[in-house]
Every structure is written in C-alpha cells, then in structure tokens.
Design a protein around this ligand. Sequence first.
Ligand code: DP6
Length: 325
Amino acid sequence: MNAQDIVTSIIPHKIPQQKGYGQANINIALSKYWGKRDIELNLPNNSSLSISLPSLGTKTSIEVINSTEDAIYLNNTKIANEELFAKRISLFLNYFRNNNYFKIITHNSVPTAAGLASSASGYAALVIALNNCFQWRLSNNKLSILARLGSGSAARSIFDGFVIWHKGQQQDGLDSFAEPINMAWQELRVGLIKIDTTAKKISSTQGMQNTVNNCELYQAWPKKAEQDLIKIKQAILVKDFNNLGKTAENNALSMHATMIATMPPILYWQSESVTTMHKVWQLREQAINVYFTMDAGPNLKLLFLEQDEYIIKQKFKNIIVIKPF
Ligand code: DP6
C-alpha cells in the first residue's frame, strides 16, 4: 500500500466545505524518533514519547479556491510554489484533493526549520484543518496517521500533554499512531534556549536517512530507544523527575552519537550548544535539577521543575519557559 491508498482507506469521500481551520502545538520528544522502516509512509524504527508545548505551534486555515495551483502563505508572506516548504505542502495536499486547489494561510509561533519541530505542529494543524474543511469527523488516532504522512513527529502533535507514538508492526502503518498518556504534571517546566534559529543545512528527514544507511552504531538505537521510552513513561507515572531528566538527556545524546558516527558526519551542534551543555552539567553538580534534550538542530530544551524556575531564569537570561500543564 502506498500513501495514497492509506489516505483513501481512511477518509470518507466528501465534498469540501469552503473553509476549514486547525491548530496544533509543537512537541518535544523525550524519547526520540530517529530512523524509518518505511520512508514514504514515515513509519519509524522505534516508538517515541513527547510532551506538547501549549502556546507554541501552528494555526492554519484552508480554503478551496478556483485556481490551477495552491496558494500558500506562511506568517503573512506568500511562499513561491517552487520553494521546498510550499512544494512539500502541495504534495501532501495531493492526497486529499478532487481536482481542487487550496489557499493555505498558516502562522507559526516558532521559527521554521530551526530544530523546534514546526513541521510537527504544521502538519498536525493542516490535517485538523482538512478534517474541518471536509467534515470527515475522523478520530484523533486517524488524524494522527494522516499527520504522520506529512511528517513523522506530527503524529504526536495531534494531542496535548505527554504522548506516545507507537511504531506499529503493520506494513500499511495503520497501527502506527500516537496516543496521549493520561497524566498531568503541573510542576514540570520546559525551557527553550535558542542558539541559532536559521534553517538547518540537513533536514531531519535527510539526517535520519543518512544515519540509518551510513552509521554502524545505529543498529543499537531502536532497542535503546524502546527501553528509554519505558523508563520515561514509568518516571512520568510516578513523577520521578530525576529519572525522567536523566533518561531523556541520555536518549538525546545517544541519538546525536549515532548522527556524529555517520559517514559523512552529521553534527547539528554549535560551540554554544556545547557550552550550554557544560553549564547544565555544572548546575547539576550544584544540586540544581536541570537536564537537557536536543533535536536535529543546535538549540537546547531544558527540563526542570517549578521550584528551580527562578534560578534557571537567572542562569539562562534568554530562556523561554513553558509550563506544559
Ligand atoms: C530529532 O518528524 O521532522 O525531532 O518524519 O522525516 O518529517 P520526518 O522527520 P521529523 O523528525 C523529528 C526528529 C527529531 C526527534 C523527534 O521529534 O522524535
């Protein structure tokens, strides 16, 4: 089954209403997705676990237009149809159109392509807007599958809070969707440290493909990621912050170790990323419970508890602190 077959099997045949709207938050993986078992369907080699960040994400409206091409606007600017961003969205929309084109107006409250997972909230918001426009009334699990076809991590952005994306076993990927963990953690904080917000040179799609194909260490990754996910889930259920932080940081560094051990190497870090890591470790030596995680970019995301928020804000002047719950 290819992606078009999957979409056709999921969506009821409906004529689009004129307009639809969707919004979704970005998510930060605590146990990461890195590597695909099916490239077209974005089926992962391992399950992953994330936390969604309210107030940071994407708002998208969609409108059926009488035209021979899509019109795509990002943050009030029309994006040329030849640009990769627009091409990717139009290719995705191909799965859903019946000879019609769309005007997409999308607003991101996070810098695009800066390792802050804007593609995750972007495809999740787009799928929710499509569901609204076509009045499909799909379940969240189905929306998660459709969002996954746009970008793997978008499967998780359909939900708030802690979310697990099951890797699934089936070839058609109909068992590879995300689900929320029914657990709120009021004291938890996520801090965004922006080191460089310009677009990265190697996309996550390309980076993970290179790693899967050209890194001997990668063999160890899927098993380690599954074990980390279990540890993190358990830490969430019993609110064991140190185990959560320790496991999430180690998971991120292990993922980056596979990138670095790829030939040719993929290193998303900048010198300031490394300086910030050292700063986090020094703070831990001073009994301040702070950990970091990093995605396919140079920026760090800190994990800490409310009780340390004041001191963390003192130590990291430009930090943006998010309260996930
Ligand atoms: C490092 O979901 O952006 O952020 O499926 O190719 O679109 P595609 O990749 P994407 O990869 C995210 C990778 C990551 C880890 C994670 O979010 O789990």
